[in-house]
Design a protein around this ligand. Structure first.
Ligand SMILES: *Cc1c(COP(=O)(O)O)cnc(C)c1O
Length: 492
């Protein structure tokens, strides 16, 4: 069985032969990254909050780290205690009666939740119900999950103000009444608004025999203040890697447990290891159990009052940004009181006509200012969705707003004809150190190009490359692997 073929032949596996070199290599990669350890990442719907060191410490302790996912339960009493306590807390927070810790992501939670609803319908002799109403504003995972359980997705229109069009919702629920499996809604909506019709939407669905899935990705605007179970939801997922402090930049492991009302409890995903009547949705009975320690520690250290205060500050921060940007940028959707939830969508589409400035130009310019861009073109194309979270200080929020307002001034200069429409700081963003030191033949200064408001003088973030054409790159794959003849040689 001794392997004789070459392996790990790519140079990347051999360039660092000393720990010192390896350390420096990793540091170089980290320096090229614009992460939470450097600046706010205001990605709307992603809830990029602090992942406190104290919350993450336990996951490297051998007691947590070295437990096998299939260890017999009598050897995992500590895990059982932790998971039971976390489940109890999440039930209190959501207003549900039981939690399944199997799903490893929000999307997987949706899938598990819809399977649970489908099993419930089957148990009631109504397995034919297969229509799922989903508002146009929904996250793409919602219709994808409904498709995966074999349901038919019926989209529901948005009203002028971005809310679910209630009449359209009612009409479609009525039309499909006998076959209505349920609906998937998000609260507060992905438009960043607490929709006042949420009770009505749940009631209509229930009246026609459907079940309500409330997407819990926006729980950071709810914890301690309102509960999906009280709004009329039958099942929700929680993104523990959003609201409950598990780090998720760079696609790290997540957890998307679902909470359900009592009538759905018997239909939750089961597992060969732990029993239950349904099949599992995940290899391990408790999903990615080790990282649950992070969310547990977060709840324990915050306490109930602390969690509620975090929600209040998250909502306050979202509204602070919306208010400070008022006049310069239009906030696309607001509630009837003129407020947003914990995030806001700003409309950058008008600048395309007036100044030829696109949402991407603004996103790239924010890199010059030392910020990771907000969520771009989702859920509305050509807009930016900003979610600051409770973790950011007022100073950091102001640094961001100053940067955005300065960008607005740069757009205004183009609108007025004071700045060239093609050769300007927005179109040339982001600026690299290379741009700064090479010959400068631009109609604006080095200072303005490389050090806009928001950028730090000493700890300036320098992007390693200029703008790349993402769409072009996606369609023109360039292989950076060793050439084929090296494979041929290795094969010989
Ligand atoms: C993040 C998110 C999801 C999906 O969660 P994942 O953990 O990324 O799979 C679903 N809905 C909304 C509204 C989200 O923001």
């Amino acid at each position: 069985m001794h392997r004789r073929t070459e392996y790990l032949t790519h140079p990347i596996f051999h360039m660092n032969r000393a720990e010192t070199e390896m350390m420096r290599y990793m540091r170089r990669l980290a320096d090229r990254d614009l992460a939470l350890d450097r600046a706010m990442i205001p990605l709307g719907s992603c809830t990029m909050k602090l992942n406190a060191a104290a919350e993450m410490m336990p996951i490297s302790w051998p007691e947590f780290a070295h437990m096998h996912p299939f260890a017999p339960s009598e050897q995992a009493a500590g895990y059982t205690e932790m998971v039971d306590d976390l489940s109890d807390k999440l039930c209190v927070i959501t207003g549900y009666d039981a939690i399944s810790m199997q799903p490893n992501s929000g999307a997987q939670g949706e899938y598990a939740g819809l399977l649970t609803i489908a099993a419930y319908h089957r148990a009631n002799g109504e397995g034919h119900r297969n229509i799922c109403l989903i508002p146009m504003s929904a996250h793409g995972t919602n219709p994808a999950s409904a498709q995966m359980v074999g349901w038919k997705v019926v989209p529901v229109k948005s009203a002028e103000n971005g809310d679910i069009d209630l009449e359209d919702f009612r009409a479609k629920a009525e039309k499909h009444g006998e076959n209505l499996a349920g609906c998937m809604i998000t609260y507060p909506s992905t438009h960043g608004v607490f929709e006042e019709t949420v009770h009505e939407v749940c009631k209509i669905t229930h009246d026609f025999g459907g079940q309500v899935y409330i997407d819990g990705a926006n729980m950071n605007a709810m914890v301690g203040l309102s509960r999906p179970g009280d709004l009329g939801g039958d099942v929700s997922h929680l993104n523990l890697h959003k609201t409950f402090a598990i780090p998720h930049g760079g696609g790290g492991p997540g957890m998307g447990p679902i909470g359900v009302k009592a009538h759905l409890t018997p239909h939750l995903p089961g597992h060969p290891e732990t029993g239950g009547t349904q099949g599992p949705v995940s290899a391990a009975p408790l999903g990615s159990a080790s990282i649950l320690a992070i969310s547990w520690a977060y709840c324990l250290m915050m306490g109930g009052d602390g969690l509620t205060q975090a929600t209040r500050v998250a909502i306050l921060n979202g509204n602070y940004i919306a208010k400070r940007l008022e006049g310069a940028f239009d906030v696309l959707y607001k509630g009837p009181t003129g407020r947003v939830a914990h995030e806001c969508i700003i409309d950058t589409r008008p600048f395309a006509d007036r100044a030829g400035v696109t949402v991407e130009d603004i996103a790239k310019r924010l890199i010059d200012c030392g910020f990771h861009a907000p969520t771009m073109s989702w859920p509305v194309a050509g807009t930016l969705m900003i979610e600051p979270t409770e973790s950011e200080t007022k100073a950091e929020l102001d640094r961001f707003c100053d940067a955005m307002l300065a960008i607005r001034d740069e757009i205004a200069a183009i609108e007025k004809g004071d700045s060239d429409a093609e050769n300007n700081p927005l179109k040339n963003a982001p600026h690299t150190m290379e741009d700064l030191v090479k010959d400068w033949d631009r109609p604006y200064s080095r200072e303005q190009g490389c050090f806009p408001p928001g950028a730090f003088r000493v700890d300036k973030y320098w992007p390693p490359v200029n703008r790349v054409d993402n769409a072009f790159g996606d369609r023109h794959l360039v292989c950076t692997c060793p050439p084929m003849d090296e494979y041929a040689e290795a094969a010989e």
